[in-house]
Design a binder for this molecule. Structure first.
Ligand SMILES: Nc1ncnc2c1ncn2[C@@H]1O[C@H](COP(=O)(O)OP(=O)(O)OP(=O)(O)O)[C@@H](O)[C@H]1O
Length: 257
C-alpha cells in the first residue's frame, strides 16, 4: 500500500473542560475513503479541521506526503503554504455549501476561480472546464452564468463539489456533505460522490453521523467518542461485527430506526 498520504499522531485539543481530541492517531492512504463517525459532539469536525491544518492542536502532529514523496508537517506550514496545498493537493467540502462557495459570483465563476488560483489563465479553457464539471455533477451547463442562490441546496452542494474537484486534488476533506438535505437528495448526492471518488481515485476523509453513508462510501471506518477513537477497521467489519459497545449502539440504533 506504500506510505500514508496523511498521518496524525497523538492529537490533543481541549476547549475549556471539553477534550475535543484526546490522543487521536489516524492515517489515510492514497485512494482510500475513511469515514469518521460518531454522535454529535464526539469530535469529528474538530478532527477534520486539525487534519486539514485549519485548527491547531494542543499537542500531536499531522504529516502530509506530497506527490514527490516529501513529508510536510501540516501545523508547521505557513498560512501561504497551507493555502497553496488547499489550492493544489487538497479540497474541503463543507456541510453548508455557502461556506465553500462564493455567493456573489456565477456557478461557472465558482468553478473557474479554483482553476485560476491554480494558475490557469486560458479563459476559454476555464469556461469549458467549468461547463464540463457542471455536467459531471449533473447540473445543467446552460446555467453556468447563474449565481449559486438560484440553485437548490442539493445543487449548491454539487457546485461546491465541482469547485473542489476541478483542480484534481489528491486528498479531500468532507464534513457532512449531505447533512441538512432531503433524504432523496442525500441518496443521489452520495451516489454522485461515490462515482467521482472512484473515478478520480481520491483519498477522502468523510465526516458523517449517517452510518448508511459510511457504509456506501468508506473503505475504512473510524468511530469517535468523547474525542477518542474507540474502534476502527474495514467498513464491512466495523458495521457487520462491531466490537466496541458504543459502535454496537451506533449501528443498532440505525438498524432500529
Ligand atoms: N470552537 C469551539 N469552542 C468551544 N468548544 C468547541 C469548539 N468547537 C468544538 N467544541 C466542542 O468540542 C466537542 C467536539 O465538537 P465537534 O464539533 O468536533 O463534534 P462533532 O462530532 O463534529 O459534532 P457534530 O456532529 O454535532 O458536528 C464538542 O463538545 C464541542 O462543543
Amino acid at each position: 500500500m506504500g506510505a500514508p498520504l496523511l498521518e496524525a499522531a497523538n492529537l490533543q485539543l481541549r476547549f475549556g473542560a471539553v477534550r475535543a481530541l484526546d490522543g487521536v492517531d489516524v492515517e489515510i492512504f492514497p485512494g482510500e475513503v475513511v469515514a469518521i463517525v460518531g454522535e454529535s459532539g464526539s469530535g469529528k469536525s474538530t478532527l477534520l479541521r486539525v487534519l486539514a491544518g485549519a485548527m491547531e492542536p494542543d499537542a500531536g502532529r499531522v504529516l502530509y506526503r506530497d506527490a514527490a514523496g516529501e513529508a510536510h508537517d501540516v501545523q508547521a506550514l505557513s498560512e501561504a503554504g497551507r493555502r497553496r496545498l488547499m489550492r493544489s493537493d487538497w479540497g474541503f467540502v463543507h456541510q453548508n455549501a455557502r461556506d465553500g462557495l462564493r455567493m456573489g459570483i456565477s456557478a461557472g465563476g465558482n468553478i473557474g476561480e479554483r482553476l485560476m488560483a491554480a494558475g490557469d489563465r486560458n479563459y476559454a479553457h476555464i469556461r469549458a472546464e467549468a461547463a464540463d464539471w457542471m455536467g459531471r455533477v449533473e447540473m445543467n451547463p446552460e446555467r453556468i452564468d447563474e449565481p449559486p442562490k438560484n440553485f437548490s441546496g442539493g445543487m449548491q452542494q454539487r457546485l461546491q463539489i465541482a469547485r473542489c474537484l476541478v483542480t484534481n486534488p489528491r486528498l479531500v476533506f468532507m464534513d457532512e456533505p449531505t447533512g441538512g438535505l432531503d433524504v432523496s437528495v442525500q441518496a443521489r448526492l452520495l451516489d454522485l460522490i461515490r462515482g467521482l471518488v472512484a473515478q478520480l481515485g481520491l483519498a477522502v476523509f468523510f465526516v458523517t453521523h449517517d452510518i448508511g453513508a459510511a457504509r456506501l462510501l468508506a473503505h475504512r471506518i473510524v468511530v469517535m467518542r468523547h474525542g477518542r477513537i474507540v474502534e476502527e477497521g474495514l467498513a464491512d467489519r466495523v458495521l457487520d461485527d462491531p466490537r466496541h459497545a458504543y459502535t454496537q449502539l451506533l449501528v443498532s440504533s440505525v438498524l432500529a430506526a
